[in-house]
Write a new protein. Structure first.
Length: 414
């Protein structure tokens, strides 16, 4: 008897042949009465291509919230397996669901190859096929998994989070086995083009991601003075120019771990105006940066903003209310790469900027100049946060980094 499966199809970018993907998917040999189909398609009107499935959910926008909702529905309908498949995957074996469902696993993915190349959706240190064979296809040491992933419902015996990133980040390695079908003949599927979604496994044990025990997290990562503030004590807030507030937020451990994660993931943009990560595809004031949603830290950061930064913002910007976060990322300045940033306003009600390393020790130069006040902010210590109005009044520029590497965390907040 066929098991009930929940499939999220993510058409999260435009591809050359959408009809090929649709036709191959529709030709899969599996009882449609056992398939709950969750379609995210911001670029194509394709609802009418999918009929006779047990239940169909259809969304014309792509967002983390919509993606997370698929997990909630998977649980609601008590399905046996959860599939995430993006539109880069061209399925060329009609029995793929039967093959994958027959495997005993908790997390599984077929190793599939980019068409006409040796590039795969699974990036393991060393030779992929050799490593899979040597470890009997059970792999615990790998960087990222893309394009197609399958979860057994038993995974939720270990992970209760409703957020798709956290499902992966909070898994206990001692209890979970990761299985990969390494197929010599590539007869399950191909990757038609480069991927979009990354599930990051190599940081599973990094405590910075785990905010379930918030008191423990605060003790590990917040500055002592900010922890005192949360407990009703005082905090030093510096205001060198009107409506620019600087205060201690994180400790040295937070800064070092975030830099390490950013460099390990190595997802730095090229600093150009064309940016596929954005809905518009264009960045007016580009930086060499990594967005938090690229490393699975977006939800944690949003929690930090609302729980900690907003408390200071609402004290300084009287009458304001923090309602949302536009974008959050880490910027990397180097003399040989991007060393400075032209004058600009931010796309925010107010912006938060956290220094992650130390001027005079890790880099020379740098800092932020606020043109209206002809003020150069150079004294920011690692872990200290600066907030200031993003639009209209605080036109600013990033000063040249002349030596070393300067890292700053930036968040545009409404």
């Amino acid at each position: 008897m066929n098991k009930n499966i929940f499939i999220t199809l993510s058409f999260n970018k435009k591809i050359d042949n959408i009809q090929l993907f649709i036709n191959n998917f529709k030709n899969i040999n599996y009882n449609k009465e056992n398939i709950y189909l969750y379609i995210i398609s911001p670029f194509y009107k394709i609802y009418n291509n999918f009929i006779n499935y047990k239940k169909i959910f259809y969304y014309e926008k792509f967002s983390d919230i919509i993606l997370d909702q698929s997990i909630a529905l998977f649980k609601k309908y008590n399905c046996d397996y959860y599939y995430y498949i993006d539109s880069s995957v061209i399925i060329n074996n009609n029995n793929i669901l039967t093959v994958l469902n027959s495997e005993k696993f908790q997390i599984l993915s077929p190793v599939i190859y980019l068409e006409n190349s040796d590039i795969t959706n699974l990036m393991i240190t060393g030779n992929i096929k050799k490593k899979c064979n040597n470890l009997n296809n059970n792999v615990n040491n790998f960087d990222l998994l893309n394009n197609i992933v399958v979860l057994n419902k038993k995974i939720f015996e270990y992970v209760s989070s409703p957020y798709i990133e956290n499902i992966f980040h909070n898994i206990n390695n001692r209890n979970i086995t990761y299985n990969f079908i390494c197929d010599e003949n590539n007869n399950l599927a191909l990757i038609k083009e480069s991927n979009f979604i990354n599930f990051n496994y190599d940081i599973l044990d990094n405590e910075i991601y785990n905010m379930d025990d918030i008191n423990s997290w605060e003790d590990k990562y917040l500055h002592d003075e900010f922890k005192n503030f949360l407990n009703g004590g005082n905090i030093s807030i510096n205001e060198p120019i009107p409506f620019l507030f600087e205060f201690p937020l994180f400790n040295e451990r937070f800064c070092k771990e975030l830099i390490t994660i950013m460099e390990q993931k190595n997802k730095w943009s090229d600093g150009g105006h064309n940016d596929k990560r954005l809905n518009t595809g264009y960045e007016n004031v580009p930086t060499v940066d990594t967005h938090f949603n690229q490393i699975g830290f977006e939800k944690q950061w949003n929690k930090i903003v609302f729980k900690y930064i907003a408390k200071i913002a609402e004290k300084g910007f009287v009458g304001s209310h923090t309602s949302s976060i536009n974008m959050s990322f880490v910027v990397k300045y180097t003399p040989s790469g991007q060393s400075n940033l032209k004058p600009h306003h931010d796309s925010s009600l107010y912006s938060a900027m956290v220094a992650l390393n130390e001027r005079g020790k890790d880099f020379e130069g740098g800092g932020t100049r606020f043109l209206r006040y002809d003020y150069k902010h150079l004294t920011q210590k690692p872990g200290y946060c600066v907030i200031f109005p993003g639009r209209l009044t605080h036109y600013h520029e990033g000063l040249e980094t002349t030596k070393g590497t300067r890292y700053i965390l930036v968040s545009f907040i409404e």
